[in-house]
Ligand binder design. Structure first.
Ligand SMILES: Cc1cc2nc3c(=O)[nH]c(=O)nc-3n(C[C@H](O)[C@H](O)[C@H](O)COP(=O)(O)OP(=O)(O)OC[C@H]3O[C@@H](n4cnc5c(N)ncnc54)[C@H](O)[C@@H]3O)c2cc1C
Length: 596
């Protein structure tokens, strides 16, 4: 496996050239004092150094070792504890956190790049800071001042980590049926009792304390999702003066043996009258969790992107080294027994598929991050409202489309290694196994697709969709007379028209057919994703065209060539998806359940 090298050139391209982050940051009241291009660049350089040197080298061995459970105590793989300490000492845990409580207040557009590096270095390791950052976000948005003061500083510093406890053995997607109970005490605290499963880093030895955010129901709560409340439950009780007290009544019953991300602990957590405190309002737990989940969902897409990038870095190194057969164009390497496999069109197809998807995903996740920054930092009510619509619409696409494609990308990376891709020591099979979870957790991809089609498109009659479509249309119109852009603008325009018409048809279909949304959802999400990537690639091509012949012309030339590959070889998949969507739900529902 190639040593991971953070793709800083491409990150700078997306951030500075495609999305002009400097202008965005300077325009937002919350970021103009905090970050400028030089600070951002220094952050990217430092993060790259730490992750390349301290985190990525642990990835392979941590997969072999896994975590160890012994009588409730979980030991992380060798080196994780030291790397976690180095990560926290560098202040990375609080990079995007609220400065009032010790966070650095950096915008998502920037933290997204650091997250990609971290997840590319090691998904297993990266999950600990990722869940802590998500828990902090939820606490910061919904917790009382007292809870925030008591917990956030130590979570931003990483001395304490965060975990998110939603899933129960019988309740995953449908959290409305959870059974964990909360009863109120006279002092305003709550006793929490129940069992949670699949809790990532729910127990470990890297931090002094673990702060669990737990979903539970009060005795008189309404049935279903409207009766869920959110509680903060520390592993070790925190005294009034901030020092650590007794162990709370919770324990890790076991850890799972699993397909991938083996270096992370996936815990069964038992709460037995554990003491907790309410976060947000009673029965508003799901809404509070969604604050965290919107953020987490983008990061899950970014996780998948990181794994895909790492796979590409190994694949391209291998494709240059591995000698097999001669080029169809004639011998390229006469002094050797065979030519490197990169000469073969089919190997190039796989490499280019990887590049087109990875760079499309990097641009798209940064684009979504831009909207998250506007929601968080803007003081312009209209801009905020527009950004909220974009975040709502695009988040399920970022989570599910990037992760679906990342599995294809890592499989292509494995395939380029031939038989060696199947052998553990090369690392490619680990990336395939690791990335697979990104399609499942934080809401399975099928559920993300239903969220996009149902709640974000059909439920509001396409109002959010129009915000996106109008932006793409404006880009098409603004570039209509640019001859050099014609090869990108023409297909983008036609894809946008197609997406608009398919969207209108599904909205109409859903009025009479209760199965219409579920039947269209997965293909619609992929159609949307491809069209959104076409927009991203057209934006990237525009910057590349403007820089042709510059001192870095190889970089921009490559961008244009990959853009052409995307438009000619990947985008046409929209046709098959559209036909499938418009076929409706009949064929899906006509086979009797007993006959399956
Ligand atoms: C390694 C790992 C780490 C995890 N980390 C955490 C964590 O830190 N915290 C936490 O709380 N949870 C965590 N999870 C749980 C994870 O989020 C859930 O597994 C996931 O949300 C799916 O729930 P489920 O497994 O119960 O599947 P189910 O809900 O039983 O779903 C099974 C299948 O049915 C489909 N399905 C269900 N309902 C519908 C519907 N209405 N329409 C269409 N299709 C539907 C789903 O898409 C899925 O394909 C983790 C899981 C794993 C494996």
């Amino acid at each position: 496996m190639a040593d991971y090298k953070a793709p800083l050139r491409d990150m700078r391209f997306v951030l500075n050239e495609v999305f002009e982050a400097d202008k965005l940051w300077a325009s937002l009241p919350g970021t103009q004092e905090v970050v400028d291009p030089d600070t951002a660049d220094a952050i990217l350089e430092e993060a790259a150094k730490l992750i390349e040197q301290e985190v990525a080298p642990l990835n392979r061995e941590s997969d072999e070792q896994g975590c160890q459970w012994n009588d409730g105590v979980v030991t992380s793989p060798e080196g994780f504890k030291e790397a976690y300490q180095a990560f926290c000492e560098g202040g990375w845990n609080g990079l995007g956190g609220n400065p009032e409580y010790g966070g650095m207040g950096m915008p998502k557009t920037l933290t997204a790049q650091v997250e990609e590096m971290l997840q590319a270095g090691s998904m297993s390791f990266g999950l600990a800071p990722m869940l802590t950052a998500g828990a902090c976000l939820s606490l910061d948005a919904h917790g009382s001042d007292e809870l925030k003061e008591k917990y956030l500083p130590n979570m931003y510093s990483g001395v304490w980590s965060g975990a998110m406890d939603l899933t129960e053995p019988h309740a995953g997607t449908d959290l409305g049926i959870i059974r964990t109970k909360a009863t109120e005490n006279a002092d305003g605290s709550y006793d929490i009792t129940g069992t949670k499963i699949f809790i990532t880093w729910g127990e470990h030895d890297m931090a002094e304390n673990i702060i669990h955010l737990v979903l539970a129901k009060l005795p008189d709560a309404p049935a279903g999702p409207k009766g869920i409340s959110l509680f903060l439950v520390p592993k070790i009780m925190v005294n009034e003066d901030g020092s650590l007290g007794e162990h709370n009544s919770l324990s890790c019953g076991s850890i799972e043996k699993k397909m991938g991300i083996k270096g992370s602990a996936t815990c069964v957590m038992n709460f037995d009258n554990a003491k907790g405190w309410l976060v947000g309002e009673v029965n508003q737990g799901l809404a509070c969790m969604f604050t965290m989940m919107n953020y987490e969902r983008l990061v899950v897409g970014i996780q998948a992107l990181g794994a895909a990038e790492h796979s590409y870095q190994s694949a391209i190194e291998y494709a240059r080294d591995r000698l097999q057969s001669r080029s169809p164009e004639g011998t390229q390497n006469p002094e050797k027994a065979a030519d490197p496999i990169i000469v073969h069109p089919d190997v190039r197809r796989m490499l280019l598929t990887m590049r087109a998807q990875i760079e499309g995903a990097r641009a798209f996740s940064t684009y979504v991050a831009k909207w998250l920054d506007i929601v968080k930092f803007s003081d312009d009510a209209d801009a905020k409202k527009e950004a909220e619509a974009m975040v709502a619409l695009l988040t399920p696409v970022a989570k599910a489309f990037i992760s679906d494609k990342a599995l294809e990308v890592t499989v292509a990376g494995q395939q380029i290694f031939g038989g060696h891709g199947f052998i553990r020591e090369w690392g490619q099979e680990q990336l395939v196994r690791d990335v697979r979870i990104t399609q499942i957790y934080e809401g399975a991809n099928g559920i993300q697709a239903m969220d996009l089609m149902g709640r974000k498109v059909v439920a509001n009659g396409g109002k959010f969709f129009d915000v996106f479509a109008n932006e793409v249309q404006a880009f098409v119109d603004a570039n209509a007379d640019d001859e050099a852009m014609e090869e990108f603008i023409e297909p983008l325009k036609s894809e946008l028209d197609n997406l608009k018409s398919v969207t209108a048809e599904v909205i109409a279909e859903a009025q009479d057919d209760p199965n219409a949304i579920g039947a269209a959802a997965n293909d619609y999400l992929h159609l949307f994703g491809l069209t959104a990537y076409a927009y991203m690639w057209a934006k990237m091509a525009k910057v590349a065209l403007a820089n042709e012949g510059s001192s870095d012309s190889d970089f921009y030339e490559s961008k244009l060539k990959i853009a052409r590959f995307f438009f000619q070889r990947q985008l046409p998949a929209t046709r098959a998806l559209s036909v499938s969507i418009l076929a409706g739900s009949d064929t899906l529902m006509s086979l009797d359940a007993d006959l399956f």
